[in-house]
Design a protein. Sequence first.
Lengths: 286, 285, 189
Amino acid sequence: MDRKRVAGPENAVAPLVEYPKDQLRWAPQQEHRHSSKRQPEDIRPIYLKTGLINQANGSAYIELERTKIACGVYGPRQKKASQLSSFSGKGTLNCEFKFATFSCQKRRHHIRDAQERELSQVLSQALAPAVRLELFPKSVVDVYVTVLENDGLAACLAAAITCASVALAHAGIEMLDLVAACSGSYMTVPRNALGQPQTDATTTAAGASRDEIWMDADLEEEKHEDGSIVLAYMPSLNQVTHVLQNGRAEGAVISQSVESCIEACNKIYAVMQHSLLESITNGKTQ
Amino acid sequence: MTSVAATSSTFTFSAAAFQRLHPAEYFRKFVSQGVRPDGRLLSGFRPTTVHKSVVSTANGSSMVRVGGTTVVCGIKAEVAEPTLEAQDKGYIVPNVELSPMCSSAFKAGPPSEQAQVVSDAIDRILKDSDVVDLEQLCIEKGRAVWALWADVVCISYDGNILDAALLAVMTALTNVRLRKPTYDEGVVTVSGEALTEENSFSLTLTRTPLSTTFAIFDTPNNTLLADPNSAEENVSLGRITVTLDEKNQLCGVHKVGSGSCSPALIKSCIERAKERTQELRSLLA
Amino acid sequence: MTSVMSAVVPGQRLGHVQEYIAGPGTYSHQDFLYASVVGLKQVTTADGDERPTLSVARENTQTAIPEIDAIVTCKVVRVNPKFASVNIMVVDGKPCTDNFQGIIRSQDVRATEKDKVKIYNSFRPGDIVRAQVISLGDARSYYLSTALNELGVIYGTSIAGGTLVPISWQEMQCTKTKVIEPRKCAKPM
């Protein structure tokens, strides 16, 4: 039992949710995607701002419609006793990824779980190739990411990488390039004989289905996906730093999805550049 | 500000380096002139903003900014068994998370002492002042009640966390919408339809206590700094927190830290807190 | 001569290696120079250089970290017969946001008569000391030296709580009680 927090009831569970029978839940068969009128290749509009944490050396906040993530960067600073191993001529990048307890549909716990540990590791693997670690021997740069609202896990991870990279640049850490990241979901979308996306749910038998890649899928879309890809990319050096692919998809679809992700990363890069340059002009006026 | 050179014996430092080496001395120079390094008067509060419904995955949420301090409160509702003593009463469980993201003063891992103190203070204010009649949270007497987890995440820490966190919890509580539940043989079900006036309800708050904090900078002069930021907290002896409800009834006075203060000082804190909480209340509405 | 140009972000291509020398805030990759920090691009032409230097002036300064030969200001936290442990707080006049640990070993306190140095006659916990970084040290601490005239204790309080003023290179006097305490004093610059 956790004695350091205000204790609540022990066996609390989320109530069962019952959907009315006549009202079908969303399924990938309409002519457009779940939220708004996005096309498969469209990503959600991004709001990205630097400098919201004034005690941190660098910070950034990203919002993709309902997905909301904050990131703080500290360092280079002395390693803590727990991080201490032997003398290292290179710096260390330490990433910690945390979901706020209220950020997901089901309540999360305060203590870091296995998924958060895994995502922390992905984050650090995606960012480390871009950071010039050789310039700060035996010091550590700590990157803390907190998800305030999660609307699609793969998209959330991608947004966290993008946000953390901007926070690192904001902290004045020397980097080879910014890292933009984007996610894509493999969807099986039913089509009618004419190859048009189906609008009427009752005529499913008439057409075959088709694989599509939906960029930056939200939570509702993610529930129907066959698999997903998260790609982290250094746009100006044209190098990929991390790929995380899971689920089932044909080889051709996967290589196509890599192309689509890179294309989307270039769009995200423009937003990242803009927010960092904006931080310069803001600094001037203050 | 960097052009101001401060001297320590015969060695010269930049203002930033001087603040780093002698924080208390640095502050004393400002306070003796009646101002604070951030430009505020000793009695000045930082600009405060409140936003509601910021997280859609929570049943109620809020974001509060007090100067450089930013907190987000999200309330998640779950179903739990009531205790034997109070069979028709639900739970409200406030917890404040001071993560290493919001300031370098906090370490990863279990909550720091400060986080425990703040969580506990909010819990006591909610319980002792009878803020929410917990019978509203009853689903089936003796079987099932709502448990509201009110978790406050600090995004950016710059002092005075208690005022910000309490304001965030109160705002989020007024923002809570719970779906009307049905109880059937140990299973609690809610509808998945869109929220409407008919299928959901809000909480009725008996009162909304809000707090105002002052830092005691030095004892002989009883210099008070209203709404201290984190640098000011570090050089202060202690803090006085006054909690008041909308009828200006006291819900709590806490003095923490070393250093003593006169009863007159506490009285003046209460008077100044009355004005401040009125201002905060206008943000809540 | 320095001319300030546009604002850039990390990864932005700035020019060809044959045209410019890579300055601070930039790096070269294959045939090109790129920015590695957010800031303003500057081209500096110095006499005698065959090519102008391209650099990026940091907008959001990275926190200061100790480097070899840097002059640091630190606070003594512990002393033992072999060395004094310090927290490094300011590096080359720039405060670091977090403390770095350093140690001053007894053989690094003075330049002469090294074997006669007693740590407790040189530093006391709470003293503010100016020192120089001599090596990156071990995994935990930087190694510092005060073996120069202008290095040593610059600010201290006596046992009685008064401020100490230097009266010789190895003694300081309390302003309140006039008690003399031994220290490795720094010569005011």
